[in-house]
Design a protein around this ligand. Structure first.
Ligand code: AMP
Length: 507
């Protein structure tokens, strides 16, 4: 029976590799890692059906790095990648895994000056991640020698096949000692890949992510595709009416980073992950339950114990590693008969992984475009309208009647007066010149305007400043969005109302 890896610490990994996995913020092995790593460490050839987003790089990267004898200055492992982007990314991940063991990985790909690669190769490299064409170039020049290779990884084999690399791969395979371990990863297993595996692999063990019957909750499931996930997230948070929401990140470090980034933008978020003590976790959970923070950012492991009924939104800031994780994550919302929304952010390269999740979880996740600047404006307007109506209903504005009556007596239309009053209260007073400049200058969708001061308020949770302390018709989400890339940094102990006034009026 196949052994499964429950935790990184329970397997014979060297201290340095474990330390690297810890530093990378991984809490537990992903499903593909749990199955692949023990088999690979035992020396088996492995065929893994997995794609980007499942943790497949570390699934082959951890055993590959583990096997390298770092004192031996030869190329001991070769990873074949279909594209330069993947080669670069994979080499980065392998360098992280090998950071304490001092295992050096070099990406070689077409498009980069070959001389530079040759110089880097001369400095000594243990692992090469290469695209087939460039590798053959190096083999022809004699600048890469593969006689000492003990581990060969074919990554995204079906992609390499689609890109017409099959002959190149066979050529490369023939230059590597037959006495080696071969790991092959592919999202699909078309016939030519099966044939390749039969010819060049030694009794390969197959690893797939198990299909399980899971019940997907009846909630709205949508996804956003963007390269700028953080900006996208802020926009969504600004327009979406949310109650309590959980944001999932893949690593402990990612949780900490997102908490600080959101804090810096004025959102009140708390993080939850395995490095926190029980007391710290309890504190965050208490605040979340009591509504003192409304965004909880967690890793899968940390979120497991959470039992809260009124979560309105689950946001997958990092795509889940498999469909089970997806279903578990989104199951946190839509409980107890309530409605819920699950949103998933993906980068373009993760689309295949999303499709696989949909297929295996038998669910449909609808694509939605990120809110635009004009959506944000519309949202602000409707917010102002709502608050205006409430103010009217409360009926406590007699003191201002005489002002309006006096202005109306000057011959102005009442609707115009009301609109001007609203503009004044939101934007502050602008003279004619400023108005003109605002209209002509390109401030994009920052909300900025001439006469305003860009302030970065370096205050947040640690100063016990939470969202509720902001006031006015705009929510802090929108106010803080107006200062995304503050050019001047200033810390201040002024009361918040004063800071906001400074931003809005430039005083
Ligand atoms: P991959 O599928 O290899 O492209 O990995 C996708 C992302 O998941 C990368 O950013 C990895 O660093 C990250 N990752 C891999 N394994 C784990 C793990 N066990 N826990 C958390 N993140 C992981």
């Amino acid at each position: 029976m196949k052994q499964e890896l429950k935790a990184f610490g329970t397997i014979e990994l060297s201290r340095k590799t474990l330390q690297a996995v810890e530093a990378m913020g991984f809490e537990e092995p992903s499903p593909i890692q749990a199955q692949t790593i023990p088999l690979a460490l035992e020396g088996h050839d492995v065929i893994g059906q997995a794609q980007t987003g499942t943790g497949k790089t570390a699934a082959f990267g951890i055993p590959t790095v583990e096997k390298v004898a770092e004192k031996v200055p030869h190329i001991q492992a070769l990873v074949l990648s279909p594209t330069r982007e993947l080669a670069i990314q994979t080499a980065e991940e392998l360098n992280k895994i090998g950071q304490f063991k001092h295992v050096r990985t070099l990406p070689v790909y077409g498009g980069q000056a070959i001389d530079r690669q040759i110089r880097a190769l001369k400095r000594g490299v243990h692992i090469i991640v290469g695209t087939p064409g460039r590798l053959i170039d190096h083999l022809n020049r004699g600048t890469i020698k593969l006689e000492e290779v003990q581990t060969l990884v074919l990554d995204e084999a079906d992609e390499m096949l689609d890109m017409g690399f099959i002959d190149d791969i066979e050529r490369i395979l023939k230059t590597i000692p037959a006495e080696r371990q071969t790991l092959l990863f592919s999202a699909t297993m078309p016939a030519p890949i099966e044939k390749l595996s039969r010819r060049y692999m030694n009794h390969p063990q197959r690893v797939t992510i198990a299909r399980e019957n899971l019940t997907v909750p009846l909630i709205d499931q949508i996804y956003y595709e963007t390269r700028e996930k953080f900006e996208g997230l802020c926009r969504v948070l600004d327009v979406e009416e949310t109650g309590k929401l959980i944001i999932f990140c893949r690593t402990k470090r990612a949780v900490d980073e997102l908490v600080s980034s959101l804090d810096a933008r004025g959102y009140s978020a708390g993080g939850l992950h395995g490095d926190l003590s029980q007391v710290q976790r309890d504190r965050v959970m208490k605040k979340f339950r009591e509504g003192r923070i409304d965004i909880l950012i967690a890793t899968d492991v940390a979120a497991r114990g959470i039992d809260i009924d009124d979560i309105t939104h689950v946001i997958n800031y990092d795509i889940p590693q498999d469909h089970e994780s997806y279903v578990h994550r989104i199951g946190r919302t839509g409980r107890a008969g309530r409605t819920g929304v699950a949103m998933t952010f993906i980068q373009p390269k993760e689309y295949r992984q999303l499709r696989l999740i949909m297929k295996l979880a038998h669910t449909k996740i609808q694509r939605r475009e990120l809110p635009t600047a004009s959506d944000l404006l519309e949202h602000q307007k409707s917010l102002v309208q709502e608050r205006l109506m409430k103010t009217l209903q409360q009926n406590h504005y007699d003191d201002y009647h005489t002002v309006i009556a006096d202005v109306a007596a000057e011959g102005y239309d009442l609707v115009d007066i009301a609109a001007a009053a609203l503009k004044l209260s939101i934007e502050g007073f602008k003279d004619a010149e400023e108005e003109q400049a605002t209209a002509s200058e390109g401030f994009g969708d920052t909300g900025g305007a001439p006469g305003m001061v860009r302030l970065f308020l370096n205050i947040g949770r640690s100063q016990k400043i939470v969202r509720r302390m902001w006031y006015g018709p705009l929510r802090p989400r929108q106010i803080s969005r107006a200062t995304p890339s503050a050019s001047s940094t200033s810390t201040t102990s002024s009361p918040l109302w004063k800071c906001r006034k400074m931003w809005l009026s430039g005083s």
